[in-house]
Design a protein around this ligand. Structure first.
Ligand SMILES: [Zn+2]
Length: 119
């Protein structure tokens, strides 16, 4: 099974291909992939038996192209995505501070504050 780069059409074995994945974005459910040959960076979603390529759009990820990868499996963790194919597996971590995602400050926090009786 060889997986192509959509930009330069080089083909990669699963190990070379999935080792080039980085930055799992759990919110949009996508990983970044940087082509080891041409340096092209794509966003893709790992799906059962296929890869979905597309673009983030209005807070979601629209899949425009699919590449069949029979046997591909995934497991979403809190801070990483586990990808498995046949007997091999790869882990893609979530960056601690994803670029472009503003840190949200929690306003108020009233329920966490307990007042002692004022007597
Ligand atoms: Zn390429």
């Amino acid at each position: 099974m060889m997986i192509p780069c959509l930009a330069c059409e080089s083909r990669f074995g699963p190990d070379e291909y999935f080792s080039a994945c980085s930055d799992y974005n759990r919110g949009l459910d996508l990983v970044s992939w940087t082509c080891p040959r041409c340096g092209n960076r794509d966003d893709l979603r790992v799906l059962p038996d296929e890869l979905g390529f597309g673009y983030p759009h209005r807070g979601r990820f629209d899949v425009h192209a699919r590449v069949r990868v029979p046997g591909l499996r995934r497991h979403r963790g809190d801070l990483r995505l586990d990808i498995s194919l046949d007997r091999a597996s790869w882990h893609v971590s979530t960056p601690l501070r994803p670029a472009g995602v503003p840190v949200r400050l929690t306003a108020g926090g009233g329920s966490a504050r307990r007042r002692r009786p004022a007597l």
